[in-house]
Design a protein around this ligand. Structure first.
Ligand SMILES: O=P(O)(O)O[C@H]1[C@@H](OP(=O)(O)O)[C@H](OP(=O)(O)O)[C@@H](OP(=O)(O)OP(=O)(O)O)[C@H](OP(=O)(O)O)[C@H]1OP(=O)(O)O
Ligand SMILES: Nc1ncnc2c1ncn2[C@@H]1O[C@H](COP(=O)(O)OP(=O)(O)OP(=O)(O)O)[C@@H](O)[C@H]1O
Length: 301
């Protein structure tokens, strides 16, 4: 996943013009920068996700908490004539997926605040808080207690799905690390149904390499709760060798299909002038606005 200020528009324009071999569909990236769009894509693809309510304060949504402990959240928008409700326990996720300040609200009171790991801490409990955040836009999702208190992190490389579990950060907020300092992870064998869900998820985003989180809820409930974009496993030789093989085969297959690669026999400065003439063609108007050909050598590097 890219983060601002990475110039995605410029990169997309460059790829449209030069058509390099792309492992992942870059045009899906903008749709992966908003948790609402991510959920919509998953839902459309038939990937199970927890029930959710969206709060869009920029669009005039108003939030009320009802019941003794504010256990029911009601979202209203008079202009749009909409009213939705969700009851605790629920998870409050900022619409920006790069914002990892995800809060879990428990029935009767208490909030577990998750954040990007700092040393060995991943979350903190405020036992008395009952009110949701009053600024910003969020996805509110039903909370499911995970089987074995664990998240399942899935790393897809084509049709190869590697999964590992780790203690869910809301359990006690303490990151378990091995003697090398890596977070403790345990390889997971995915069931046939889980693999089917994984295939649907990668297809939904048209990504060859994709990381996402699977929640094993009560009974046979399975949900995709988070999509992280390009992500690779850091500490598994088994994964590394299979990932390398699958990726290499995929890239060779793409090359055999005939990608429009820059001709390595043309020096970069000549390629820049060729690019300039292409950029000046009327059909490339948008590209030429976004992409400065004098920067091509930098981009290629
Ligand atoms: O998916 P990736 O490979 O891009 O990695 C993500 C994130 O994975 P996620 O999105 O699946 O949660 C990692 O979290 P985990 O999977 O280890 O929990 C996180 O590691 P972390 O917090 O440092 O954890 P530790 O290594 O200290 O254990 C890492 O931060 P950096 O290594 O500091 O960059 C992030 O990279 P980025 O998004 O570029 O900031
Ligand atoms: N609906 C849910 N029910 C139960 N637990 C959930 C739910 N959604 C999220 N969680 C828990 O909260 C954690 C953080 O949620 P999520 O993965 O959506 O946020 P994130 O900040 O994008 O995380 P990441 O660091 O993986 O990018 C999950 O790893 C999981 O433990």
């Amino acid at each position: 996943m890219y983060s601002p200020p990475f110039p995605l528009d410029k990169v997309l324009a460059y790829c449209d013009l030069r058509r390099p071999v792309l492992v992942n569909n870059l045009h899906m990236q903008p749709h992966m920068m908003d948790r609402r769009q991510i959920r919509n894509l998953l839902d459309q693809a038939g990937v199970p996700t927890p029930d959710a309510v969206f709060v869009d304060r920029d669009d005039g949504d108003v939030v009320e908490q009802r019941g003794e402990n504010g256990d029911t959240l009601v979202v209203k928008n008079i202009k749009r004539k909409k009213e939705f409700a969700i009851s605790k326990p629920f998870v409050e996720k900022p619409v920006n997926p790069e914002d990892h300040n995800v809060y879990i609200y428990y029935k009767g009171g208490g909030v577990r605040q998750l954040f990007r790991k700092t040393k060995n801490e991943s979350s903190r409990l405020d036992p008395s808080e009952k009110k949701v955040r009053t600024t910003g836009s969020y996805v509110y999702e039903e909370f499911y207690q995970p089987a074995e208190c664990a998240d399942v992190k899935v790393y897809a490389v084509g049709d190869f799905f590697y999964a590992q579990s780790r203690k869910a950060p809301h359990i006690d907020g303490v990151v378990d690390r091995d003697p090398t300092g890596r977070e403790v992870r345990v390889p997971v064998v995915l069931s046939g149904r889980e693999l089917e869900i994984c295939r649907k998820a990668t297809t939904a985003f048209d990504q060859f390499v994709l990381g996402f989180d699977l929640l094993r809820g009560p009974g046979d409930k399975r949900f995709v709760i988070d999509v992280n974009g390009w992500s690779l496993v850091k500490n598994s030789d088994e994964y590394a060798s299979r990932c390398g093989k699958v990726l290499a085969e995929h890239i060779v297959a793409l090359l055999e299909k005939g990608a429009d690669l820059p001709d390595p026999n043309i020096p970069t400065h000549n390629r820049s002038s060729r690019l300039q003439s292409a950029a000046q063609q009327p059909s490339s108007k948008q590209t030429s606005e976004l992409f400065d050909p004098s920067q091509e050598s930098t981009c290629v590097a």
